[in-house]
Ligand binder design. Structure first.
Ligand SMILES: *Cc1c(COP(=O)(O)O)cnc(C)c1O
Length: 400
Protein backbone atom coordinates (compact mmCIF):
# COMPACT_ATOMS: atom_id res chain seq x y z
CA UNK A 1 0.00 0.00 0.00
CA UNK A 2 1.12 3.56 -0.52
CA UNK A 3 1.04 6.27 2.10
CA UNK A 4 -2.36 7.65 1.07
CA UNK A 5 -3.92 4.19 1.28
CA UNK A 6 -2.48 3.58 4.75
CA UNK A 7 -3.81 6.91 5.94
CA UNK A 8 -7.27 6.28 4.47
CA UNK A 9 -7.38 2.90 6.15
CA UNK A 10 -6.28 4.42 9.45
CA UNK A 11 -9.02 7.03 9.34
CA UNK A 12 -11.67 4.36 8.78
CA UNK A 13 -11.21 3.04 12.29
CA UNK A 14 -9.17 5.44 14.39
CA UNK A 15 -11.24 7.85 16.45
CA UNK A 16 -10.25 11.17 14.90
CA UNK A 17 -8.99 12.83 18.06
CA UNK A 18 -5.70 13.88 16.50
CA UNK A 19 -5.08 15.87 13.34
CA UNK A 20 -2.10 13.75 12.44
CA UNK A 21 0.55 14.87 9.98
CA UNK A 22 0.39 12.84 6.75
CA UNK A 23 3.36 10.62 7.54
CA UNK A 24 3.42 6.88 8.32
CA UNK A 25 6.58 6.07 10.27
CA UNK A 26 7.91 2.57 10.03
CA UNK A 27 11.40 2.50 11.49
CA UNK A 28 13.90 4.47 13.50
CA UNK A 29 17.67 4.25 13.69
CA UNK A 30 19.90 6.53 15.73
CA UNK A 31 18.44 10.02 15.44
CA UNK A 32 16.62 9.30 12.20
CA UNK A 33 13.11 8.11 11.36
CA UNK A 34 11.98 6.40 8.15
CA UNK A 35 8.47 6.43 6.71
CA UNK A 36 6.75 3.77 4.59
CA UNK A 37 8.08 5.42 1.43
CA UNK A 38 11.62 4.99 2.76
CA UNK A 39 12.06 8.76 3.23
CA UNK A 40 14.54 9.70 5.97
CA UNK A 41 13.80 12.32 8.65
CA UNK A 42 16.07 13.93 11.21
CA UNK A 43 14.24 13.67 14.52
CA UNK A 44 14.26 16.75 16.76
CA UNK A 45 11.05 15.78 18.53
CA UNK A 46 11.81 12.35 20.09
CA UNK A 47 8.15 11.32 20.01
CA UNK A 48 7.48 14.32 22.30
CA UNK A 49 10.54 13.99 24.47
CA UNK A 50 10.36 10.23 24.94
CA UNK A 51 13.13 8.75 22.79
CA UNK A 52 16.02 10.13 24.80
CA UNK A 53 18.39 7.41 23.60
CA UNK A 54 17.31 7.74 20.00
CA UNK A 55 16.20 4.67 18.08
CA UNK A 56 17.57 1.16 18.01
CA UNK A 57 20.09 1.36 20.86
CA UNK A 58 21.53 -2.17 20.93
CA UNK A 59 21.85 -2.42 24.68
CA UNK A 60 18.32 -1.14 25.20
CA UNK A 61 16.88 -3.63 22.72
CA UNK A 62 18.83 -6.49 24.28
CA UNK A 63 17.58 -5.67 27.80
CA UNK A 64 13.94 -5.54 26.70
CA UNK A 65 14.22 -8.75 24.70
CA UNK A 66 15.72 -10.52 27.72
CA UNK A 67 12.94 -9.24 29.92
CA UNK A 68 10.30 -10.49 27.46
CA UNK A 69 11.93 -13.91 27.66
CA UNK A 70 11.68 -13.86 31.47
CA UNK A 71 8.39 -12.20 32.39
CA UNK A 72 6.49 -9.10 31.28
CA UNK A 73 3.78 -8.74 33.91
CA UNK A 74 3.02 -9.81 37.46
CA UNK A 75 0.55 -7.15 38.79
CA UNK A 76 1.41 -5.10 41.86
CA UNK A 77 0.23 -7.78 44.28
CA UNK A 78 3.76 -9.20 44.17
CA UNK A 79 7.36 -8.00 44.07
CA UNK A 80 9.52 -8.41 40.98
CA UNK A 81 13.19 -7.79 40.30
CA UNK A 82 13.09 -5.02 37.67
CA UNK A 83 10.87 -2.86 39.92
CA UNK A 84 13.09 -3.34 42.94
CA UNK A 85 16.10 -2.26 40.91
CA UNK A 86 14.30 0.66 39.21
CA UNK A 87 12.96 1.99 42.52
CA UNK A 88 16.45 2.12 44.00
CA UNK A 89 17.94 3.76 40.93
CA UNK A 90 15.32 6.47 40.49
CA UNK A 91 15.16 7.39 44.19
CA UNK A 92 18.92 7.55 44.44
CA UNK A 93 19.31 9.68 41.33
CA UNK A 94 16.48 12.11 42.10
CA UNK A 95 17.15 12.56 45.82
CA UNK A 96 13.59 11.41 46.57
CA UNK A 97 12.81 8.57 48.99
CA UNK A 98 9.87 6.54 47.66
CA UNK A 99 8.41 5.89 44.23
CA UNK A 100 5.12 4.69 42.76
CA UNK A 101 5.26 3.63 39.10
CA UNK A 102 2.47 4.54 36.68
CA UNK A 103 1.70 3.97 32.99
CA UNK A 104 1.78 7.59 31.91
CA UNK A 105 2.50 11.14 32.89
CA UNK A 106 -1.14 11.97 33.56
CA UNK A 107 -1.36 9.06 35.98
CA UNK A 108 1.73 10.30 37.78
CA UNK A 109 -0.04 13.66 38.21
CA UNK A 110 -3.18 11.89 39.47
CA UNK A 111 -1.07 10.09 42.06
CA UNK A 112 0.67 13.32 43.08
CA UNK A 113 -2.69 15.07 43.56
CA UNK A 114 -4.10 12.22 45.63
CA UNK A 115 -0.95 12.08 47.75
CA UNK A 116 -1.06 15.83 48.47
CA UNK A 117 -4.73 15.70 49.38
CA UNK A 118 -4.24 12.68 51.60
CA UNK A 119 -1.30 14.35 53.36
CA UNK A 120 -3.36 17.44 54.18
CA UNK A 121 -6.36 15.32 55.18
CA UNK A 122 -4.22 13.30 57.61
CA UNK A 123 -2.77 16.46 59.10
CA UNK A 124 -5.99 18.49 59.42
CA UNK A 125 -8.55 15.74 59.87
CA UNK A 126 -10.81 17.10 57.17
CA UNK A 127 -10.93 17.20 53.36
CA UNK A 128 -11.59 20.10 50.99
CA UNK A 129 -8.03 21.24 50.34
CA UNK A 130 -6.89 23.34 47.41
CA UNK A 131 -4.11 23.05 44.85
CA UNK A 132 -2.43 26.00 43.19
CA UNK A 133 -1.38 25.38 39.60
CA UNK A 134 0.02 27.74 36.93
CA UNK A 135 -1.31 29.46 33.85
CA UNK A 136 0.00 27.95 30.57
CA UNK A 137 0.76 24.72 32.41
CA UNK A 138 0.19 21.27 31.00
CA UNK A 139 -0.24 18.21 33.20
CA UNK A 140 -2.22 15.76 31.09
CA UNK A 141 -5.64 14.90 29.69
CA UNK A 142 -7.31 12.81 32.38
CA UNK A 143 -9.97 14.59 34.41
CA UNK A 144 -7.70 15.15 37.42
CA UNK A 145 -4.67 16.26 35.43
CA UNK A 146 -6.84 18.45 33.18
CA UNK A 147 -8.17 20.12 36.32
CA UNK A 148 -4.69 21.46 37.05
CA UNK A 149 -3.84 22.29 33.43
CA UNK A 150 -3.84 26.05 32.80
CA UNK A 151 -5.35 26.02 29.33
CA UNK A 152 -9.01 27.09 29.02
CA UNK A 153 -9.30 25.65 25.53
CA UNK A 154 -8.48 22.13 26.80
CA UNK A 155 -10.68 22.45 29.89
CA UNK A 156 -13.84 24.22 28.78
CA UNK A 157 -15.80 21.35 27.15
CA UNK A 158 -15.27 19.13 30.18
CA UNK A 159 -16.36 21.39 33.00
CA UNK A 160 -17.03 20.87 35.84
CA UNK A 161 -13.61 19.41 36.55
CA UNK A 162 -12.04 18.69 39.95
CA UNK A 163 -12.92 21.38 42.45
CA UNK A 164 -10.43 23.32 44.54
CA UNK A 165 -7.86 24.29 41.90
CA UNK A 166 -6.60 27.86 41.69
CA UNK A 167 -4.36 29.24 38.99
CA UNK A 168 -1.48 31.64 39.47
CA UNK A 169 0.81 33.26 36.93
CA UNK A 170 4.03 31.34 36.25
CA UNK A 171 7.14 33.26 37.36
CA UNK A 172 5.03 35.77 39.29
CA UNK A 173 5.45 35.11 42.99
CA UNK A 174 2.89 37.72 44.05
CA UNK A 175 0.19 35.99 42.00
CA UNK A 176 1.05 32.70 43.75
CA UNK A 177 0.92 34.32 47.18
CA UNK A 178 -2.47 35.81 46.32
CA UNK A 179 -3.93 32.32 45.79
CA UNK A 180 -2.70 30.82 49.06
CA UNK A 181 -5.30 30.14 51.74
CA UNK A 182 -5.28 27.97 54.86
CA UNK A 183 -6.74 25.23 52.64
CA UNK A 184 -3.80 25.14 50.20
CA UNK A 185 -2.25 21.67 50.25
CA UNK A 186 0.06 21.86 47.25
CA UNK A 187 1.66 24.11 44.66
CA UNK A 188 2.14 22.34 41.35
CA UNK A 189 4.37 23.51 38.53
CA UNK A 190 6.61 22.36 35.72
CA UNK A 191 10.22 23.32 36.38
CA UNK A 192 10.35 24.17 32.68
CA UNK A 193 6.93 24.59 31.10
CA UNK A 194 6.73 22.47 27.95
CA UNK A 195 3.44 22.46 26.03
CA UNK A 196 2.69 25.98 27.25
CA UNK A 197 5.61 27.40 25.25
CA UNK A 198 9.01 26.46 26.81
CA UNK A 199 9.19 28.74 29.83
CA UNK A 200 11.91 27.86 32.36
CA UNK A 201 11.04 28.81 35.94
CA UNK A 202 13.04 31.75 37.27
CA UNK A 203 15.53 30.69 39.94
CA UNK A 204 14.17 33.21 42.40
CA UNK A 205 10.56 32.25 41.71
CA UNK A 206 11.18 28.57 42.41
CA UNK A 207 13.28 29.33 45.49
CA UNK A 208 10.53 31.53 46.92
CA UNK A 209 7.89 28.89 46.25
CA UNK A 210 10.06 26.32 47.99
CA UNK A 211 10.36 28.67 50.93
CA UNK A 212 6.63 29.34 51.16
CA UNK A 213 5.86 25.63 50.94
CA UNK A 214 8.33 24.73 53.68
CA UNK A 215 7.07 27.45 56.03
CA UNK A 216 3.38 26.63 55.58
CA UNK A 217 3.60 22.83 55.21
CA UNK A 218 2.35 23.10 51.64
CA UNK A 219 3.70 20.37 49.35
CA UNK A 220 5.77 21.44 46.36
CA UNK A 221 4.94 19.21 43.39
CA UNK A 222 7.37 19.55 40.50
CA UNK A 223 6.17 18.09 37.21
CA UNK A 224 9.29 17.03 35.31
CA UNK A 225 7.47 14.71 32.95
CA UNK A 226 8.87 16.62 29.96
CA UNK A 227 11.91 18.43 31.32
CA UNK A 228 13.24 15.52 33.39
CA UNK A 229 15.48 12.56 32.56
CA UNK A 230 18.51 14.52 31.49
CA UNK A 231 16.87 16.80 28.95
CA UNK A 232 17.96 20.05 30.56
CA UNK A 233 21.52 18.95 31.31
CA UNK A 234 20.87 17.47 34.76
CA UNK A 235 18.82 14.36 35.47
CA UNK A 236 16.05 16.58 36.84
CA UNK A 237 15.91 20.29 36.12
CA UNK A 238 15.36 21.19 39.79
CA UNK A 239 18.84 19.87 40.50
CA UNK A 240 20.15 22.98 38.69
CA UNK A 241 17.93 25.22 40.81
CA UNK A 242 19.12 23.92 44.16
CA UNK A 243 15.60 23.05 45.31
CA UNK A 244 14.08 19.67 46.10
CA UNK A 245 10.36 18.97 45.62
CA UNK A 246 8.15 17.13 48.11
CA UNK A 247 6.57 15.27 45.21
CA UNK A 248 8.10 14.74 41.78
CA UNK A 249 6.34 13.49 38.67
CA UNK A 250 8.34 11.93 35.85
CA UNK A 251 7.44 10.00 32.67
CA UNK A 252 8.12 10.54 28.92
CA UNK A 253 11.85 9.62 28.64
CA UNK A 254 11.82 7.54 31.84
CA UNK A 255 11.67 4.30 29.87
CA UNK A 256 12.85 5.81 26.55
CA UNK A 257 10.01 4.37 24.52
CA UNK A 258 7.78 2.21 26.71
CA UNK A 259 4.77 3.59 28.64
CA UNK A 260 6.04 4.29 32.13
CA UNK A 261 5.79 7.17 34.55
CA UNK A 262 6.23 7.62 38.27
CA UNK A 263 5.57 9.91 41.15
CA UNK A 264 8.17 10.13 43.88
CA UNK A 265 7.84 11.49 47.39
CA UNK A 266 9.98 12.29 50.40
CA UNK A 267 9.92 10.01 53.46
CA UNK A 268 7.93 12.63 55.32
CA UNK A 269 5.21 12.64 52.67
CA UNK A 270 5.28 8.86 52.25
CA UNK A 271 4.71 8.19 55.92
CA UNK A 272 1.87 10.71 56.28
CA UNK A 273 -0.27 10.19 53.18
CA UNK A 274 -1.31 7.22 51.04
CA UNK A 275 -1.69 3.86 52.76
CA UNK A 276 -2.49 0.42 51.29
CA UNK A 277 -5.94 0.57 49.75
CA UNK A 278 -5.71 4.27 48.79
CA UNK A 279 -4.19 3.88 45.35
CA UNK A 280 -3.30 1.27 42.76
CA UNK A 281 -2.65 0.30 39.17
CA UNK A 282 -2.75 -3.03 37.36
CA UNK A 283 0.09 -2.45 34.91
CA UNK A 284 2.01 0.37 36.57
CA UNK A 285 5.73 -0.41 36.67
CA UNK A 286 5.47 -3.91 35.28
CA UNK A 287 8.65 -5.93 34.68
CA UNK A 288 8.94 -4.92 31.02
CA UNK A 289 8.76 -1.17 31.58
CA UNK A 290 10.94 -1.30 34.69
CA UNK A 291 13.58 -3.17 32.70
CA UNK A 292 13.41 -0.23 30.28
CA UNK A 293 13.84 2.25 33.14
CA UNK A 294 16.86 0.35 34.42
CA UNK A 295 18.64 0.09 31.11
CA UNK A 296 17.82 3.73 30.28
CA UNK A 297 19.41 4.90 33.50
CA UNK A 298 22.41 2.60 33.03
CA UNK A 299 23.03 3.85 29.50
CA UNK A 300 22.61 7.48 30.54
CA UNK A 301 25.20 7.03 33.26
CA UNK A 302 27.72 4.91 31.39
CA UNK A 303 27.54 6.89 28.15
CA UNK A 304 27.61 10.16 30.15
CA UNK A 305 24.55 11.34 28.23
CA UNK A 306 23.60 14.08 30.67
CA UNK A 307 27.10 15.60 30.52
CA UNK A 308 26.82 15.36 26.75
CA UNK A 309 23.61 17.44 26.85
CA UNK A 310 25.25 20.05 29.07
CA UNK A 311 28.33 20.22 26.84
CA UNK A 312 26.42 20.51 23.57
CA UNK A 313 23.77 22.98 24.74
CA UNK A 314 25.83 26.13 24.05
CA UNK A 315 26.36 24.94 20.47
CA UNK A 316 22.64 24.33 19.97
CA UNK A 317 21.86 27.75 21.48
CA UNK A 318 24.41 29.41 19.20
CA UNK A 319 22.64 27.92 16.16
CA UNK A 320 19.26 29.05 17.47
CA UNK A 321 20.69 32.52 17.98
CA UNK A 322 21.81 32.54 14.32
CA UNK A 323 18.32 31.51 13.23
CA UNK A 324 16.68 34.16 15.45
CA UNK A 325 18.80 36.93 14.03
CA UNK A 326 18.27 35.83 10.43
CA UNK A 327 14.46 36.07 10.27
CA UNK A 328 12.26 39.09 11.00
CA UNK A 329 9.40 36.87 12.07
CA UNK A 330 11.51 35.05 14.69
CA UNK A 331 11.51 37.09 17.87
CA UNK A 332 13.92 34.94 19.86
CA UNK A 333 14.55 31.62 21.53
CA UNK A 334 14.46 30.29 25.05
CA UNK A 335 14.88 27.03 26.90
CA UNK A 336 17.14 24.88 28.99
CA UNK A 337 19.45 22.20 27.59
CA UNK A 338 17.82 20.19 24.81
CA UNK A 339 14.41 21.66 25.53
CA UNK A 340 14.34 24.73 23.32
CA UNK A 341 11.72 26.99 21.82
CA UNK A 342 11.97 29.35 18.86
CA UNK A 343 9.46 32.16 19.28
CA UNK A 344 7.58 33.38 16.20
CA UNK A 345 5.63 36.59 15.77
CA UNK A 346 1.95 36.42 14.79
CA UNK A 347 2.61 36.39 11.03
CA UNK A 348 3.83 32.78 11.01
CA UNK A 349 1.97 29.86 12.60
CA UNK A 350 4.18 27.25 14.28
CA UNK A 351 1.94 24.42 13.05
CA UNK A 352 2.63 25.45 9.46
CA UNK A 353 6.37 25.49 10.07
CA UNK A 354 6.20 22.03 11.64
CA UNK A 355 4.27 20.70 8.62
CA UNK A 356 6.72 22.29 6.17
CA UNK A 357 9.66 20.89 8.13
CA UNK A 358 8.30 17.36 7.70
CA UNK A 359 8.32 17.92 3.94
CA UNK A 360 12.00 18.81 4.29
CA UNK A 361 12.72 15.69 6.35
CA UNK A 362 12.92 17.38 9.75
CA UNK A 363 10.67 16.38 12.65
CA UNK A 364 9.97 19.21 15.12
CA UNK A 365 7.08 20.25 17.38
CA UNK A 366 5.09 23.33 18.23
CA UNK A 367 4.23 24.60 21.73
CA UNK A 368 1.84 27.26 22.97
CA UNK A 369 0.52 29.60 20.28
CA UNK A 370 3.77 30.89 18.86
CA UNK A 371 6.65 28.53 19.56
CA UNK A 372 8.55 25.96 17.53
CA UNK A 373 9.69 23.37 20.04
CA UNK A 374 12.84 21.27 19.76
CA UNK A 375 13.13 18.12 21.90
CA UNK A 376 15.86 16.14 20.14
CA UNK A 377 17.06 12.75 21.33
CA UNK A 378 19.76 13.40 23.93
CA UNK A 379 22.30 11.54 21.79
CA UNK A 380 22.43 14.05 18.93
CA UNK A 381 25.90 15.18 17.88
CA UNK A 382 27.20 18.49 16.54
CA UNK A 383 26.65 17.42 12.93
CA UNK A 384 22.97 16.67 13.72
CA UNK A 385 22.60 20.20 15.09
CA UNK A 386 24.23 21.54 11.91
CA UNK A 387 21.85 19.48 9.80
CA UNK A 388 18.82 20.61 11.81
CA UNK A 389 19.82 24.21 11.49
CA UNK A 390 20.36 23.88 7.72
CA UNK A 391 16.98 22.16 7.21
CA UNK A 392 15.14 24.57 9.48
CA UNK A 393 16.55 27.58 7.63
CA UNK A 394 15.43 26.02 4.32
CA UNK A 395 11.97 25.73 5.84
CA UNK A 396 11.91 29.23 7.32
CA UNK A 397 13.09 30.70 4.00
CA UNK A 398 9.74 29.60 2.59
CA UNK A 399 7.95 31.85 5.09
CA UNK A 400 9.91 35.00 4.27
C1 LIG B 1 3.29 15.04 28.53
C2 LIG B 1 3.13 15.69 29.83
C3 LIG B 1 2.19 15.22 30.79
C4 LIG B 1 1.23 14.11 30.48
O1 LIG B 1 1.87 12.91 30.21
P1 LIG B 1 1.08 11.74 29.42
O2 LIG B 1 2.04 10.60 29.44
O3 LIG B 1 0.77 12.25 28.06
O4 LIG B 1 -0.15 11.44 30.21
C5 LIG B 1 2.17 15.85 32.01
N1 LIG B 1 2.98 16.87 32.31
C6 LIG B 1 3.89 17.33 31.44
C7 LIG B 1 4.80 18.45 31.84
C8 LIG B 1 3.97 16.78 30.16
O5 LIG B 1 4.85 17.27 29.28
Amino acid sequence: MNKREYINQAEENLFHVYNRFPVVFEKGQGVHLYDTDGKEYLDFASGIGVMALGYGNERYKEALKNQIDNITHTSNLYYHLPMIEAAGKICNASGMDKVFFTNSGAEAIEGAIKTAKRYAYNRDGFAGHEIIAMGHSFHGRTVGSLSVTGNEHYREPFLPLMDGVKFAEFNNIESVKAQITDKTCAILLETVQGEGGIYPADKEFLAEIRDICTKSDILLILDEIQCGMGRTGSLYAYQQYGVQPDILTTAKALGSGVPVGAFLVTDKVASNSLVPGDHGTTYGGNPLVCAAVNVTMDIMEEDKIIQHVAELTPYLEEKLEDISSKYDFVSGHRGLGFMQGIVLNETVKPGEVVAAALEHGLVILSAGADVIRLLPPLVIEKNDIDEMSKLLMEVLDEFK
